[in-house]
Design a protein around this ligand. Structure first.
Ligand SMILES: Nc1ncnc2c1ncn2[C@@H]1O[C@H](COP(=O)(O)OP(=O)(O)OP(=O)(O)O)[C@@H](O)[C@H]1O
Ligand SMILES: [Mg+2]
Length: 201
């Protein structure tokens, strides 16, 4: 099983949006996928509960439970640090870090990336990190600053996902971008190519 942890202790950085859409992509590609929801707010769990049985299925795993899926996508809570971060990293092969465009998000992202680099799983090359720009608008100062920050990190920049209601509206129905009609989501799916290549790498 390949395990992807989506993490950034900054609240509202886009973890649940990224993790549910990653799981949705994998399911739509015919992979057997499960999610583990480490957040007490249970947003990913609620999203899965909204998901119609007619859509490609995504299993919900509980902590300690061993599934038999090909992929596990882990959504993690705001404030993840210390022992809980260490425990989550032990499970993961890859860590996707979503970062939103604001001064505070960039500063917090910088601190988290430093904390990640200090973790044994990352130092020893058991878990590989990539960064994802969330709600990016290149016409804004914050969007440009986030892009510059990410480019300086010496880490793969997996995607810059634009700010769009497609993610927000899809979530109401337990859907990902990949469950929407192709003509609706096409422009956004294009922004996922780097992320998808990284998954399969
Ligand atoms: N690309 C996007 N376009 C539009 N809205 C987005 C996008 N990404 C995230 N959002 C919105 O931003 C908000 C925060 O996203 P999300 O809930 O995924 O963050 P989070 O990191 O999981 O938050 P928390 O730390 O509370 O768990 C949500 O309202 C979500 O719908
Ligand atoms: Mg969340």
């Amino acid at each position: 099983m390949r395990v992807i942890l989506v993490a950034n202790p900054k609240g509202g950085s886009g973890k649940t949006t990224l993790s549910t859409n990653l799981a949705g992509y994998l399911a739509s590609a015919g992979e057997r996928v499960a999610m583990l929801d480490l957040d007490r707010q249970k947003s990913a769990t609620q999203w899965l509960a909204m998901r119609s049985a007619a859509l490609p299925s995504i299993e919900l795993l509980h902590e300690g439970q061993k599934g038999d899926s090909d992929w596990l996508v882990i959504d993690s809570p705001a404030g993840l640090h210390g022992k809980n971060l260490e425990r989550a990293l032990k499970l993961a092969h890859k860590v996707a870090v979503p970062i939103a465009p604001s001064l505070f998000d960039i500063r917090a992202g910088q601190d988290f990336l430093a904390a990640l680099h200090a973790e044994k799983a990352v130092r020893k090359g058991h878990a590989f990190i990539g960064v994802v720009g969330m709600r990016v608008d290149q016409r804004t100062r914050a969007g440009v600053t986030l892009e510059q920050f990410m480019a300086q990190q010496d880490l793969p920049v997996l995607a810059h996902l634009r700010n769009t209601q497609h993610y927000v509206n899809a979530a109401f129905e337990g859907k990902s971008l990949f469950d929407l009609p192709r003509h609706v989501a096409e422009r956004d799916i294009e922004q996922w190519h780097g992320l998808i290549d990284w998954l399969e790498d």
